[in-house]
Design a protein around this ligand. Sequence first.
Ligand code: PEP
Length: 252
Amino acid sequence: MRTPIVAGNWKMHKTVGDTVKFVKEFRSVVKDVTGVEIVIAPPFIAVHAAVEAARNSNIGVSAQDLYWERQGAFTGEVSAAMIAEAGAEYVIIGHSERRTLFGETDAMVNKKVAAAFGAGLTPIVCIGETLDQRERNETYAVLDRQIKGGLDGVTADQLAQLVVAYEPVWAIGTGRNATPAQAGEAHAHIRKRLQGWFGADAADRCHVIYGGSVKPDNIAELVRHPDVDGALVGGASLEVGAFAEIVFRTRA
Ligand code: PEP
């Protein structure tokens, strides 16, 4: 039985001060929530402050990216060990904005996944097709390629701890979410592939969450599908009320 996960990806929003204010308010709203893993992913600079503000609460903290080397002359980059030392437990890898705007490839995603496991972080690995690819009926081929390339070398034990975020690119930040049927079909396909490549036990323990214009009014229907194990939420995670509502409706 997989406990659903609701993770808020703040992207390049909120300062350290904004982060602390959010967490102080949010933690009291969700303090009695059980049966859902709650995660927030602030910008790097606010990760440590988020960890401190969330201490002794039911909120975990994620980074939004990492670099695979341990240390060195990589100006602007942050390593997995640095993120872990700051107290985060999760890291988002391969978000479509990283792939599209910063040229991230499946090979790079793969190195980042290995680095995350090396530092004891739980990777939240994003995959998803563009609108063009969906319209050309390439959705499953794209997902297969991203899973195979991104998770190459991952062991069955590691897969069981990993989170896959299915995020159709055409649904991110567009207000146009996948229908529960579209999301369910894609998630079932991903689970089937994971079963084939990593074995049924690991695949059944791996979380596959949905992302793409998740809001309080569409989350309940999305998570009703047995293969949808929660959500990666962008815009709606920036407001305490909306994000808390998504958490509540995921549990229901
Ligand atoms: C995201 O950034 O991962 C995302 C799904 O964004 P939004 O919820 O705003 O579509």
